[in-house]
Design a protein around this ligand. Sequence first.
Ligand code: MRU
Length: 346
Amino acid sequence: MENFFSIRTVTWEGGAVRMIDQTALPIKLMYVRYTRPEQIADAIRTMVVRGAPAIGVAAAMGLALAAVHSKMTRLPDFMKEMQSTAALLRSTRPTAVNLFWGIDRVMKRAASASTVREAKEAASAEVKAMEDEDVEVNRKLGRIGADLISDGDTVLTQCNAGALATVGYGTALGVVRAAVEQGKLVKVLVPETRPALQGARLTAFELVRDRIACTLLSDTAVGYMMSQGRVDCAIVGADRITKDGFVFNKIGTYQEAVLAKRHGVPFYPAAPRSTFDLSRTHEGVTIEERGAEEVVEIRGKRIAPKGIPVANPAFDMTPPELVTAVITDRGLVRPPLVENIARLIA
Ligand code: MRU
């Protein structure tokens, strides 16, 4: 089906980056265009662009903007400027490893150049390639994961791991799209995903637009739906998968995995190679803590008393024993996850 959410979330336009402003969705589908890396850093921080693969590509493009607009003429000065922009972009959000992967990829390409001009061209070519690769990889991952879905299945997800969280097509929702492309009837249960409501705002927007059957749930309805036999499998995205098999994803994913185990529902994270962090175990990962306003307000309207202390972890971690298999572009990674991550992903 060619018409599936075919617009790109992030695009490289040479000296500028164009992206969907995800804070305006689902009310308005509007684009912003940035020419400075500081604007990209702000966009990542404020979630104009969000989702692990999308922020990886956006950060890489932020660095490529620094490269193509640099006034430096000597390579060492140029690289120094690149390093300071890379540090700014790295400081935006700590949990999704794709952000660091994207920045490192551009730095490496630029560092292998022997002139400033060559470095600028290399950075620009690299981010264009990353943009295209992201969609290809998601399509591949989608085809691999689609075999796990049977005709008539109901799939529970979390947050938005769709086209909007990537350059296009999506990871968890890419699996759903691929299953629908195979002619299967699939229904998606969409938890609203408090506090930033990526489920209600973004996943619902994509699925409604693509005419894929879906039902919106409050986050608190997930356990009940499973207990009633109304979920065939759970497919979620990931922000980082460490070498010891822990899956970091949007807050609420861990409780979904625990409930899935309790009710015999298969639990599948879906993620490309760039989401794996083979240099760390789970203890080394920082879970982003976001501002209290996301919890005490809903879309600018206060819902809790003034002065209430707030905890707002944006991600959680699911241990490997709760994972049925990880769907990747290199195939299914089944338990034992630690051994099979080392074998298939390294
Ligand atoms: O805070 P967000 O919206 O950036 O979090 C996004 C998620 O947790 C997604 O599930 C994850 O990045 C996977 S996206 C393909």
